[in-house]
Write a protein that binds this ligand. Sequence first.
Ligand SMILES: [Zn+2]
Length: 117
Amino acid sequence: MHEMSYVIRFVNMAIETAQSQNAKSVESLVVEVGEMTSVLPMYLHKYYPQAIKNTILEGSQLKTIVVKSKVECLSCHAHYHPERSHQYLCPVCQSAMGRILEGRDVRLKEVHMTIDD
Ligand SMILES: [Zn+2]
């Protein structure tokens, strides 16, 4: 159920953004979900309607984009996508030592809103 805490976090961020821009309404949010997080987008969509109830976000759409993970090999500095079929090792030099560059965050990417003029 940790997805609910992510939903509350990015909903609060979007509300702050909307307020700071004096938005009249919010049409949609775009949220990136890293492949390496254990967050399932379907749960974000499930909890979203209750999280935005009675806020400026009420009625807005949630869009999620899954971000593929990217690892930098610490031995040969190749960037690769870890594959289960390759035991998540570097495909170039077979090293297991890697640094995660992308894919472990849940991030509010965009807030689409109507701004009063
Ligand atoms: Zn390597």
